[in-house]
Design a binder for this molecule. Structure first.
Ligand SMILES: NC(=O)c1ccc[n+]([C@@H]2O[C@H](COP(=O)([O-])OP(=O)(O)OC[C@H]3O[C@@H](n4cnc5c(N)ncnc54)[C@H](OP(=O)(O)O)[C@@H]3O)[C@@H](O)[C@H]2O)c1
Length: 303
């Protein structure tokens, strides 16, 4: 690997929410090469490699073509209820996909940055530190935990970064919790929001900067990166109402049992940031500050 200047990072899953942020967040000195299963705008077919992580050959081909210093894996089956309905697919993408990436990276002597989730915990005693025992309560969390082991058991260098409740705005990406709530409330729709699910909302751009920064550090093992504030989903939406002067009466508090989602969620599964703060001192804005920017980006995109 080079000295950290003008290194090349292959970003797998570039068409997803985090993948897009990894490709376009302002960051100097790294050459970022996007790779996606289905390249689509803003990427042109010509400037985005085609990589399906479940297809080992496509992974090896991309790594040998680009010869990156690092690969960041932002590809995942990240729909929690979809994973519960189709655990086989979740396993193929999250576990077998990670295995394909780690083998290709090992063979090429390349580092792999892996993204995991607070859903590896059961949510009985959060927020959690890196060393706390894991115990996922749904198929998504189980496959992400197994993927962590695939990486941690391999001689390949590279960190596993757990994060939570990503928010921010990118055109064409699936709505996240914040954009869903904000768009619904702006349209005057009533929304039902759980009071008994707690985590730290995480600005996708801040996570992307952290992940790109890790490509220049010699960190191995698990590290948590999330927003600095720990709150319930209901509190997140109350903050959205305050920030944008929206009608809080449209927000109906419910329990997760009442909401009846397919996959159970860990109730209290935020992440402690002490290790990331101690080692890397990341610049983190408040939830409210980042909300304002997200709202502004949505407004500009709507024209
Ligand atoms: N979103 C959250 O709140 C959250 C919280 C904690 C952790 N995470 C983790 O953060 C990471 C990024 O999540 P995200 O929110 O950006 O998810 P996302 O928007 O759903 O993006 C996932 C990406 O993975 C791609 N993908 C799926 N199967 C693939 C395959 N077989 N080969 C190649 N690419 C494939 C998708 O491609 P297509 O567009 O072609 O489907 C999409 O680009 C994941 O590891 C997730 O577990 C997310």
């Amino acid at each position: 690997m080079g000295d950290g200047s003008n290194e090349t990072v292959l970003i797998v899953g570039a068409s997803g929410f985090l993948g897009r942020a990894l490709c376009d967040v302002p960051y100097q000195g790294l050459n970022r090469v996007p790779a996606a299963r289905n390249p689509r705008p803003p990427f042109l077919e010509s400037d985005c490699l085609r990589v399906d992580v479940t297809d080992a050959e496509s992974v090896v081909r991309a790594v040998s073509q680009v010869r990156p210093d690092w690969v960041i894996n932002a590809a995942a089956e990240a729909g929690v209820d979809r994973c519960e309905r189709n655990p086989g697919l979740a396993h193929r993408v999250n576990v077998c996909g990670t295995r394909n990436l780690i083998r290709a990276c090992e063979n090429a002597g390349v580092g792999l940055v892996t993204v995991s989730t607070n859903y590896v915990f059961d949510g009985q005693a959060g927020p959690y530190a890196e060393t706390d025992p894991t115990n996922p309560v749904n198929a998504y969390g189980r496959t992400k935990l197994e993927a962590e082991s695939v990486v941690l058991d391999s001689p390949c260098h590279g960190p596993v970064v757990r994060t939570a409740v990503l928010y921010g705005y990118r055109t064409g990406c699936r709505p996240n919790f914040v954009t869903w709530a904000l768009e619904s409330l702006l349209c005057g729709e009533t929304i039902r929001v759980v009071t008994d699910e707690w985590a730290n909302p995480t600005c996708v751009d801040e996570l992307a900067v952290f992940l790109l920064g890790l490509c220049r550090r010699k960190f191995r093992g698990v590290i948590h990166f999330a927003g600095p504030e720990f709150m319930s989903r209901y509190e997140m939406v109350k903050r959205i109402c305050r920030c944008f002067n929206l009608d809080a009466d449209l927000v109906v508090p419910v329990t997760s049992r009442e909401l009846g989602q397919i996959a159970p969620r860990p109730p209290c599964a935020g992440l402690k940031l002490d290790l990331a703060r101690e080692l890397f001192d990341p610049a983190l804005k408040s939830f409210s500050e980042n909300l304002k920017r997200t709202g502004e980006e949505m407004r500009v995109a709507a024209g």
